[in-house]
Design a protein around this ligand. Sequence first.
Ligand code: G6P
Length: 487
Amino acid sequence: MTELTDIVGSREIVVVANRLPVDRVVGPDGSSSWRTSPGGLVTAMESVVEELGCLWVGWPGDIDEELAPFELGAMRILPVSLSTEDFEGYYEGFSNGALWPLYHDVIAQPEFHREWWESYERVNRRFADTVAAEAPADAIVWVHDYQLQLVPAMLREQRPDLTIAFFLHIPFPARRLFAQLPWRREIVEGLLGADVVGFQREQDALSFRFAAERYCGALAHGNMLRLAADDDGRQRSVLAQEFPISIDAAAFARLAESPAVQRRAAEIRRELGDPDTVLLGVDRLDYTKGIRHRLKAFAELLAEGEAPLGEVVLVQVASPSRERVAAYRRLRDEVEQTVGRINGEHGAIGRTPVVYLHQGFSRDEMVALYLAADVLVVTALRDGMNLVAKEYVASRSDETGVLVLSEFTGAADELRRAVLVNPHDIEGMKAAFLRAIHMPEREQRRRMSALRAAVSGNDVRHWAENFLRATEAMAAQRETALRDTAQ
Ligand code: G6P
């Protein structure tokens, strides 16, 4: 196995993401503690940075908090603070009220406000200035996700010695949707400041290359974008390609083998009343995840007697997310009302068909849930990758269990042996749930072993290796070009 540090040689790594890998939580008594930040970005990057070591620049999750840099395992953490105004304009506003819905196929209506854009520019500038001041010479700066798309160009202006890579964890919108964005050219220019721009799926990379040609006059040759010459006549190329992200599959497999986790899984099933089939949904409470569609399909199966009370249970973990954004508040109300209605209509004393948990859990508890679940249901309307699907597969070392997976996730490109569904098609989804509930063990094993091979064949280390190799190759190319023009 190649060491990641061998790939990057003497270059140091700086990770830049909106969130730090840990979130600061202040208790009611004013005491503060740290917990792992929510979302797939941190899940994926955790094990990579553990191996590489890095400087991580990000927001600690609290408003108006000025924190000094500190060490965390192999990382040096450099907190960037957000004021109430930044939080409302940059984070809740432009990132999660405009970009998030636009990039997820306008499932919710994006809003475009000029003051949100100004705040987005201002905070991106703050991140870029912080990195410019702190990054060691010739470092690789690895910028992450939709909140920081202007950082690459802002950083390149100040620090041409750096190699800049960007990875988008969410989808890049199809051309007609991206065209709606009033600041589409600025966003593409921002990203083109990087040497490598990585995406989850081929179609994302394709849409971006189109946007780079259309709005910034770049020329695409395969995955490579050739930019127009700058004022000094220098030309630069940017690699825009898919690098589907993954998880630390071995770590999940190890946890799944742990006797304590297995005991907990058995206990969960007992606590659920020993049903024949446990269906499980695990999502951030987000409108992109298709939780309402899933509940609708399940409620109809209950009403039609196809998922009898006591025999089939749906456990829905919905971890709290972006709770001050109006669309998220509405979704929470709708989901909780629906769960209440289903349980009210179909439950009995001591038995509820849907067990709903609006909480986040530790990784141990998550793996215990994966082991306790006969079927994992991922019904996202749009999702960059969906790492939960991969976590379930990696945890099922006995090769039983069924993955029901939406076609609209990045994971569906790789996990072809899942039971694939279109979550907009309620009848189709009901049929898929029934198929999963009644799937013979032999078929489960055939499918699960193919799924496990796919996940372990492209785990997060493999992803990081590919991404860093491509970045290193682009760095070498840029340095040669610089030397040639200097001669
Ligand atoms: C997704 C995004 C991440 C984000 C996470 C949690 O995974 O790709 O960038 O950090 O959701 O969302 P939050 O808004 O709480 O950071």
